[in-house]
Design a protein around this ligand. Structure first.
Ligand SMILES: [Fe+2]
Ligand SMILES: [Fe+2]
Length: 201
């Protein structure tokens, strides 16, 4: 609950959108685990919910640099994606920051790992399938437009990682991903009362 308080930044449009993105990524991660016939445990929702905690930290603790980054991203002359801009403006990515934060808060190592590699799941050593679930959850929400960023660069599924993930019918295919995208609307709809309840707490 104390981590959830970090999402509180009244009047911040960015934080409102990040909250919805994070909540939906938690819902999506659980759905993907179910699709892969994995045991659906709380860790999927928690890691999905916290995958972008590094962005919260950056927006609250280095607000000027973070604002500069967002302004640069929206500039018509910008050719870099959000992640490349993080490297050049802040010298660190939000997945690295997220990993450092969760490690220092003593979260379970597999959750730390999934957050620290959610944009690069093929590099995850501890539990690559779990990390892939968080990665794909993030991508599905972004494709649906549930994202706080207006990045013009498309976020893609890591095919190296997805090739190693077995679905109910073998390797995960584009058809699987399309089916998950459709199912996600239903799952988010079903959880929408929880989304509202969290915001009213
Ligand atoms: Fe991210
Ligand atoms: Fe994300």
């Amino acid at each position: 609950m104390s981590v959830l308080r970090m999402f509180d930044a009244k009047g911040s449009e960015f934080m409102e959108h990040l909250w919805k993105h994070s909540f939906c990524a938690g819902v999506a991660a659980r759905m993907i685990a179910d699709h892969l016939a994995l045991k659906v445990e709380g860790k999927y929702f928690v890691a999905g919910l916290l995958h972008d905690v590094g962005k919260i930290f950056m927006s609250q603790y280095v607000p000027e640099s973070f604002h500069e980054l967002l302004t640069l991203m929206l500039s018509s002359r910008n050719l870099k994606c959000y992640h490349a801009l993080e490297e050049s403006v802040l010298g660190i990515t939000h997945q690295e920051v997220g990993g450092i934060l969760l490690r220092s808060w003593m979260f379970p190592q597999e959750i730390v790992d999934a957050v620290a590699f959610h944009h690069d799941p093929a590099s995850s050593r501890l539990d690559p399938v779990f990390t892939f679930c968080i990665h794909l959850a993030d991508v599905l929400c972004t494709v649906k437009g549930i994202t706080p960023l207006k990045d013009r660069h498309f976020v893609a599924v890591d095919r190296d990682a997805s090739a190693r993930v077995e679905g109910k019918n073998g390797a995960m295919t584009t058809d699987d991903i399309m089916a998950l995208l459709t199912r996600l609307d239903l799952e988010i709809d079903r959880q929408s009362s929880y989304l509202a309840a969290f915001r009213r707490r």
